[in-house]
Design a protein around this ligand. Structure first.
Ligand SMILES: [Zn+2]
Length: 351
């Protein structure tokens, strides 16, 4: 099965199936001249992008790839703060005072929202530079995460911790191993958000769906396959659902850009420009383009953590996946992917 490591055979990260994935459709990249195939696992339906380029780094240096760190237009940020506020309330219920680590913090918008609400927050990203929106906040430390292995440099003693992974898992070569590594290092509760490939919006928009985003998005989840992946990583989902994010204007932007449309118009339609946000109510006609889940390490009480017990107990993670994570944290990983430690460090943020 050509999943996860370019043309190298490996099992489906959600169900372990090793049969070749079934081709679904061809999807052009929005910001390069390449096209990629979307294929799905014959057993669980998890869709993947093929082929996976050996060097993914360069796709994070394009204009769209680097826009994830940009705060966006004032209107965008204003509307975003409402949506992030709703998500932060989920974290409050699950965290119960635990430190929250925002992995793939991007612009820092969610971390900013969390600290404003009184959470102890750490940001983690592929770069040593702090996210733009938390740069001036001494109370929000920043750490560097290796997106190949899940290891976070300079992280203090184990948990209890809540890891936020908003729009991160779909970017990772080995998402289950990444989660298992975080769990092994003391994170016991996870808040995960990914695009929903099972949404009506995706079916209506076909190849123009902005959230395909190949090859930065290597995996394409729906609620069932996300749950299966989390389960395989040794986690139990205790809450999940769908959100609706502004994606119609971004999809129009993609459609136009693929046809080399007018540059000024493209500026207006940019995903982080004001128009994208102002058109958000239209998206309520085709809701559910994002799926989220709260999960905890199996055997631990989620949402109502007893911190004194948690800090003394080892999390129960899937041993097979942990082994995979450990293998990837060595030199074998860098060799197999063709990316050395320096390249991994400089990978831009994801959300
Ligand atoms: Zn599968």
């Amino acid at each position: 099965m050509q999943l996860g490591l370019g043309h190298r055979a490996s099992a489906c990260p959600a169900c372990g199936e090793e049969t070749s994935p079934q081709p679904l459709l061809e999807v052009p990249s929005t910001d390069t001249a390449e096209s990629f195939e979307i294929a799905s696992c014959v057993r669980c339906g998890l869709a993947c992008t093929l082929p996976v380029p050996q060097d993914l780094e360069r796709y994070y240096h394009t204009d769209l790839g680097s826009s994830v760190r940009q705060p966006g237009a004032a209107t965008f940020r204003f509307a975003q703060s409402f949506m992030l506020g709703a998500e932060a309330r989920r974290i409050r219920r699950a965290a119960n005072g635990a430190t929250v680590i925002d992995v793939g913090a991007g612009s820092g918008a969610f971390a900013w929202e969390l600290q404003r609400r009184g959470h102890a927050v750490i940001t983690a990203d592929g770069r040593p530079e702090r996210p733009p929106l938390t740069r001036a906040l001494a109370s929000v430390p920043h750490r560097v995460v290796d997106f190949e292995t899940g290891k976070i440099r300079g992280l203090e003693a184990p948990g209890p911790r809540v890891a936020v992974l908003r729009h991160v898992l779909e970017h990772l070569r080995s998402p289950a191993a990444f989660l298992a590594q975080l769990a092994a290092d003391g994170t016991w509760t996870f808040y995960v958000v990914v695009p929903n490939v099972g949404s009506l919006e995706r079916r209506l928009l076909g190849r123009s769906w902005y959230l395909w985003d190949p090859p930065r998005h290597l995996w394409h989840f729906d609620r069932a396959t996300l749950t299966e992946l989390l389960h395989r990583a040794g986690l139990e989902v205790f809450d999940s659902g769908h959100d609706t994010v502004p994606n119609l204007v971004p999809s129009l932007y993609r459609w136009l850009r693929l046809r080399r449309g007018n540059t000024a118009l493209l500026r207006w339609l940019h995903p982080k420009a004001s128009l994208s946000t102002l058109a958000a109510p239209l998206n309520w006609l085709v809701p559910g383009n994002v799926v989220w889940a709260l999960a905890s390490v199996r055997g631990h009480c989620q949402g109502r953590p007893e911190t004194s017990v948690r800090s003394k107990t080892s999390p129960k993670v899937n041993p097979a996946v942990t082994q995979q994570a450990s293998a990837r944290s060595g030199t074998q990983s860098a060799t197999a992917t063709g990316r050395g430690p320096r390249a991994q460090r400089s990978r831009p943020s994801l959300a």
